[in-house]
Design a protein around this ligand. Structure first.
Ligand code: ATP
Length: 353
């Protein structure tokens, strides 16, 4: 059956990576129809997210999203909270010749699964003075509304939200174990020592679920300890699940280990929808120069192919990208090369012929 992909090209330098990446995916001649919801500047009647755009996203099987600096923000909020895409999957895999700061990067191949809807990202902030007297600081030992002028943000962790993302992460560890022919491993990390009610709850729910996956090795680490281990010995990790904020931060850190944001793809999965975008922003400082590294966008495309049922094609695309890095001839400036975005995508396309 024909799959439908909605394409939103994004802002600043993002379209320079998206346009050739979509063209490359189209050249694979798969049974995929590509639609372009009129969001952002393409919006109609002055709206950046008209109903038509929402309907086109709903009618698609997935959305391929270029980073936005604002024009497609409403569409992005819809893709995330409207479509309840609760698991943000951010792989960090080292391709030989990528611009890593590490001496021994070989074999880094891990995936951060970031809870995508809760935690401090609920968007619930306000004045401390508005909080009730009963809200007592355990550490300062005073009601928080007496601390003085200031603000608060709500960090909310639910059982259902945690359970679904942790199960997703366990399932991913299983799939990777089969594919990579090695035992699966899941690490759960949070600040459960300092925040026992929220991060501790995340860990508790994960630990409760672990016996359902006896074939996957399970461990829990305090977030700061995890970060130190990630930096010193990243190959020890396979799949790592964590609350939203840590996932946002640590996945960029993991990207830095394997060559930077230009290589960091992501996929956001819900029960019946997913969207795919690079983990980086719109790179406004290099917009118009045709030098944005499209690797993250292409790898996100490979994840999307897998989601759509084109598992072999997704793997072949990832391998083609790895081969371009292995040769080390056609690399973009962020990787120490002189190739343009178009030349890099062309080199990947040539490997697929
Ligand atoms: P956001 O807040 O949306 O994440 P940002 O401006 O903080 O956006 P990015 O847009 O990711 O962050 O850019 C951070 C830096 O990394 C910029 O100097 C940018 O040029 C560079 N950068 C990001 N992505 C790429 C890429 N794909 N290729 C080359 N450089 C990139």
């Amino acid at each position: 059956m024909t799959k439908v992909v909605a394409v939103i090209e994004g802002d600043d330098a993002a379209p320079e990576a998206m346009t050739p990446s979509v063209a490359l995916l189209q050249d694979l001649n798969l049974d995929v129809e590509w639609t372009y919801p009129p969001v952002g500047n393409a919006g109609i009647h002055g709206s950046t997210f008209p109903d038509t755009a929402r309907d086109m996203i709903d009618a698609a099987d997935a959305t391929y999203f270029g980073s936005t600096s604002g024009s497609a923000s409403r569409a992005l909020m819809y893709l995330r909270w409207g479509k309840k895409t609760y698991a943000n999957v951010r792989p960090a895999r080292y391709f030989p010749n990528a611009n890593t700061p590490l001496r021994n990067p070989d074999g880094i191949d891990l995936v951060i699964v970031r809870e995508n809807l809760e935690d401090i990202y609920l968007g619930c902030e306000g004045d401390l003075s508005a909080l009730p007297d009963e809200l007592f600081s355990r550490h300062a030992r005073v009601p928080v509304n007496t601390l003085g002028d200031g603000r608060y943000a709500v960090k909310g962790i639910t059982r259902q939200g945690t359970e679904q993302v942790v199960r997703f992460a366990f399932d991913l560890a299983r799939t990777r174990s089969e594919r990579l022919d090695r035992p699966g491993k899941l690490t759960c990390t949070s600040k459960y020592n300092i925040l026992p009610q929220t991060d501790g709850y995340f860990r508790e729910v994960a630990t409760d679920i672990a016996p359902d996956y006896p074939d996957v090795q399970f461990e829990t680490l305090i977030a700061d300890d995890f970060l130190c281990r990630l930096t010193m010995n990243p190959t020890q990790f396979d799949v790592v699940v964590m609350p939203n904020l840590y996932g946002d931060l640590f996945s960029d850190g993991a990207a830095g280990l394997v060559g930077g944001l230009g290589l960091a793809p992501s996929g956001c999965y819900g029960t019946d929808y997913a969207y795919f975008e690079s983990a980086h922003g719109t790179a406004p400082d290099i917009a118009g120069l045709n030098i944005i590294n499209p690797t993250a966008t292409l790898l996100s495309g490979a994840m999307m192919l897998e989601y759509l049922g084109y598992t072999d094609e997704g793997a072949t695309l990832s391998q083609a990208i790895a081969n371009v890095y292995r040769e080390g001839v056609v690399l973009t400036p962020d990787q120490g090369g002189t190739a343009s975005t178009s030349e890099f995508v062309q080199a990947v396309g040539d490997k697929l012929l």
